[in-house]
Design a protein around this ligand. Structure first.
Ligand SMILES: [Zn+2]
Length: 413
């Protein structure tokens, strides 16, 4: 690689690999199993279109190649943005190109994160918040405004949950955190992603999209191949958008805890319709076949995440009998459903929970499932179940995932 960057992470992948070319600068690699390669190539066929949209929005793609490597199910993350070769979880391959959202995220890091890097982890939002914003702009360009609004809605829900999770340690609901003596894995959360996104979206709404796009391009051109911190960003913002500090409380956004009052829930037809349907479920109304006819994974995910934390077990069973969510091939849907089933006290899904925890090692699924099992209303049986499954699955998890699950156990037992 010609481009000099600070090496803060080394990533190795070893295996018997094959590949398919899916674009002029994109090759998809995976284990050399033809069926896996074909499915991966089909899922990520739209990658070059996204790279071009990224260039239109943020300036030239500076890394020449944008290759993708699909890893085994134990990979603990959705993706990792190694320059020139992004690593991906195989759970993105669902056969409907919806995995493109994570690819859009890792691609967006080619500008924000890899070109401009946070100086330390305390300024992580400069990497992840900008990238979440850029990801949603790419999604909007290739999949439309409604899909982008759905993503924003899922993120908004996630941000509120994270702020609750840190209610005993609000320091980590700040954008700019103090992490001396803290292990980054212990405070990893959606806050830098989603609160960072909200901050940038707030600025965009204040100045208007054309002015904000111009600002973003200038920001990237000015700081590319440099490492920066929050103070440098704020200086640059105030210089290039004079008077912004009088319109937006920049100190509250960057140093305050929780969600600022001028943060914004997305408005779109589909988002509002799904959230309304979820609220009606509390009164015993289930969505009708015609209402969910065009729903795919993300619509179901948003619906399930907006249901109350625990509802009557009989309602959960009725929902599943009708829509077979526990059998979904899409892990986002399946895990959101199982999480709800556990916290509502449905014990008939233990087999499904166990096989899920043994099939995949992605933290996005392990964290909520193990947490739901051990947090339960003190049911000892579920805690013992969780411990047995972990003991049997542990060796198949990545060491980072092992540590996260162990810390969930130590916090709740
Ligand atoms: Zn990221």
């Amino acid at each position: 690689m010609e481009q000099p960057i600070p090496p803060y992470l080394f990533a190795f992948a070893v295996g018997e690999l094959g590949y398919r070319d899916v674009g002029p600068r994109t090759r998809v690699y995976s284990e050399a199993v033809p069926a896996v390669l074909e499915a991966a190539a089909a899922e990520f066929a739209g990658t070059e279109d996204m790279v071009r949209q990224g260039e239109r929005l943020f300036g030239d793609y500076e890394w020449e190649r944008f290759d993708l490597l699909v890893l085994p199910p134990s990979f603990p993350y959705g993706g990792m943005e190694n320059p020139r070769m992004v690593f991906l979880t195989p759970t993105l391959i669902k056969g409907d190109a919806s995995g493109a959202q994570v690819v859009a995220h890792e691609l967006a890091h080619s500008w924000t994160g890899n070109l401009i890097t946070n100086k330390t982890n305390e300024h992580c939002w400069l990497n992840e918040g900008f990238t979440t914003y850029a990801e949603r702009r790419i999604v909007e360009a290739v999949q439309g405004e409604e899909m982008a609004a759905l993503n924003i809605g899922i993120g908004w829900r996630g941000l509120k949950e994270e702020v609750e999770r840190f209610s005993d340690n609000m320091e980590f609901t700040k954008l700019r955190t103090k992490q001396e003596g803290v292990h980054p894995d212990d405070v990893g959360s959606r806050v830098p992603y989603e609160k960072g996104f909200q901050f940038l979206w707030r600025i965009e709404r204040e100045v208007g999209r054309p002015a904000f796009d111009e600002f973003l391009k200038k920001y990237i051109a000015t700081f590319k191949f440099k490492s920066i911190d929050t103070e440098m960003f704020l200086e640059f913002l105030k210089t290039n958008i004079p008077g912004i500090e009088k319109k937006i409380d920049l100190v509250l956004w960057t140093e305050g805890t929780g969600i600022p009052p001028d943060a914004f829930e997305p408005i779109s037809n589909i988002y509002t319709r799904i959230v309304t349907l979820a609220n009606e479920f509390k009164d015993g109304r289930m969505p009708g076949d015609d209402e969910v006819a065009d729903w795919q994974g993300q619509e179901w995910e948003l619906y399930l995440k907006n249901l109350p934390k625990s509802v009557e077990a009989s309602q959960i069973l009725a929902l599943d009998a009708r829509y077979r969510l526990s059998e979904s091939k899409d892990y986002e849907v399946k895990v959101a459903f199982l999480q709800l089933a556990i916290s509502s006290g449905c014990s008939q899904y233990q087999g499904e929970v166990e096989s899920t925890l043994k099939e995949v090692g992605r933290l996005k699924y392990l964290r909520p499932l193990y947490a739901a099992l051990v947090q339960g209303s003190g049911r000892q049986e579920e805690k013992l179940f969780a411990k047995r499954v972990f003991a049997e699955a542990r060796d198949c998890y990545h060491p980072i995932a092992q540590g996260v699950v162990e810390s969930i156990f130590s916090k709740h037992t």
